[in-house]
Design a protein around this ligand. Structure first.
Ligand code: BG6
Length: 502
């Protein structure tokens, strides 16, 4: 099928072209867009890196990544040669200002070849400390002044704390207009995360109940079953709160809690989201203990394999106090959510890979059934599973078939896989297409990034200033430290774990 709305001619430069993100995510996503006819008619992709590669060796390396990591798992590699003709490798050091003419030369060459001025996109898939220096050198290029066609894409982490994020924003905005800067949070590209907006705002059914009058509390779990996967050096400077809560989890929370947008204009959606971040109650440093729990995994067994503790991982300080687990209770101080606790948790080496959101409804106001009919009675609950299951499920009470009036909770489930199958695009496909089209709806604006840092700064600062007494405090394959259970149990609730994927 030909897509009628393909993006205009594009030259995409990937800094970190020989790196892991490009290998595992970006090139597989670009190749899938190509297979699905979403790539522009005229495009070129230039991987930039210091390692030496000929174009041929580079293509081979990328094809390996496509075979291993694409959602198609190499099933349609037959079009690779055609695709790879658009891909080349530029060996250059991002620190070497004199080498940047290679970029301008390529753009000029493509412009002459295609007869149009293309979109020029710079994707910075590099370590965060390299971003300022590359951005500055790019900013000096004439093509970067072209606000409508040149864009820069910056990966997370966006800053290390509020101050450094602010500095990075200042630096970028000295060279690029806000509409040229695309700050990626790949969770926003996930189909099931985008579907939250459809569920909430394309249906009349849910919105009247979506507030403090009916919802008792909300839970967001982003559990990972993997450990560091060789990223000790990065994680040691991040921790779970920075790595997952400041960005992915707070962005999901915004989608769940935002007010209905008037339109799907990028700024309108982002205004509504930033309102949520600004309304999140600030936790004072004295209260951090009551609102946040941190954890670090010990050595132990993970699904039958022996694994080392965090402090024994490569690249990690043997006395490290970095959190590999974080749980936080938030409140949103506005009319819709006043008094509704929102519990979030994330961690490495947990029992399952599972990202889901649960809205727990209040009990029915009056219960006319005899006590014995309702032994297994439960409040209604709406669960949105982001991954690995992609479904939305509503729990309600139903009569158990038979001659007695006995009630049981049952689930009504919409399974995304049944309608999408392998056709559901991956997050990076959606986001790369949006960058090529210049649609910033799913990207974070500078004020969103600032507001998200403001939310977590008191927790970060308190944790950094106070040595944890009990680290390591959870075993691999568990659901995190006992204190995380206590955090939610104090309010009379328990964490909701979904049945594992068979
Ligand atoms: C990244 C984090 O942003 O998200 C990683 O840096 C984490 O530590 C990853 O593993 C999780 O993403 P996903 O899409 O696998 O849930």
């Amino acid at each position: 099928m030909q897509n009628t709305k393909r993006p205009p001619a594009t030259v995409l430069f990937i800094f970190g072209g020989s790196g892991d993100l490009n290998y595992r995510k970006l090139t597989p996503a670009l190749y899938n867009l190509f297979l699905d006819n979403w790539m522009p008619e005229q495009f070129a992709i230039a991987g930039i890196g210091r390692s030496p590669y000929t174009d041929e060796a580079y293509h081979e390396h990328l094809l390996d990544g496509v075979t291993k990591f694409s959602r198609r798992k190499g099933k349609q590699n037959g079009h690779w040669t055609e695709f790879s003709q658009h891909v080349l490798y530029l060996q250059m050091d991002g620190d070497d200002a004199a080498a940047y003419h290679k970029i301008t030369d390529l753009v000029t060459k493509k412009e002459e070849e295609w007869g149009v001025h293309p979109n020029v996109i710079f994707y910075l898939a590099v370590a965060p400390q390299l971003v300022p220096s590359i951005a500055q050198k790019l900013g000096a290029l004439q093509i970067c002044h072209d606000k409508s066609t040149t864009r820069i894409v910056v990966e997370k982490p966006f800053g290390h704390d509020l101050e450094s994020a602010h500095e990075l924003n200042e630096l970028l905005s000295g060279m690029f207009a806000e509409e040229q800067i695309f700050r990626i949070d790949h969770y926003l590209g996930k189909e099931t995360v985008q579907n939250i907006l459809a569920l909430r705002f394309a249906n009349a059914l849910f919105e009247p109940l979506w507030n403090r009058n009916y919802i008792d509390h909300i839970q967001i779990t982003a559990a990972e079953s993997v450990g560091l996967e060789g990223r000790g050096g990065y994680f040691e400077h991040a921790g779970a709160l920075r790595d997952m809560v400041q960005n992915h989890i707070l962005q999901i929370l915004c989608m769940i809690a935002m007010e209905p947008p008037v339109s799907f204009d990028a700024n309108e959606i982002r205004n509504k989201k930033v309102d949520v971040l600004n309304a999140i109650r600030r936790i004072s440093k004295e209260q951090v203990h009551d609102f946040a729990v941190r954890g670090q995994y010990s050595g132990g067994w993970k699904k039958g394999d022996k694994v080392v503790g965090y402090r024994q991982e490569e690249g990690v300080n043997p006395q490290s106090n970095i959190d590999t687990f974080a749980a936080v209770k938030f409140y949103i101080d506005n009319w819709r959510w006043q008094g509704v606790p929102i519990y979030v948790r994330t961690g490495k080496y947990l029992n399952q890979k599972a990202t889901h959101i649960t809205l727990q409804f209040k009990p029915a106001p009056h219960y006319a059934f005899p006590a014995e009919s309702a032994e297994s009675w439960r409040s209604n609950r709406l669960t949105i599973s982001i991954q690995p299951n992609m479904d939305i499920s509503i729990r309600f009470q139903a009569k158990r078939p038979g001659q007695t009036m006995t009630l049981d909770p049952v689930d009504m489930t919409f399974d995304y896989d049944e309608v999408a199958g392998e056709h559901a695009p991956e997050a990076y496909e959606t986001l790369l297409l949006d960058v090529m089209e210049g649609d910033a709806t799913l990207f974070m604006r500078n004020d969103q990034v600032d507001a998200a840092w403001k939310v977590i700064m008191p927790i970060l600062e308190t944790w950094e200033g106070r040595t944890p007494q009990d680290f390591p405090n959870y075993a691999p394959d568990s659901w995190g430290p006992d204190d995380a259970d206590a955090l939610i149990a104090r309010d009379g609730h328990t964490w909701i774990n979904l049945p594992p994927v068979p």
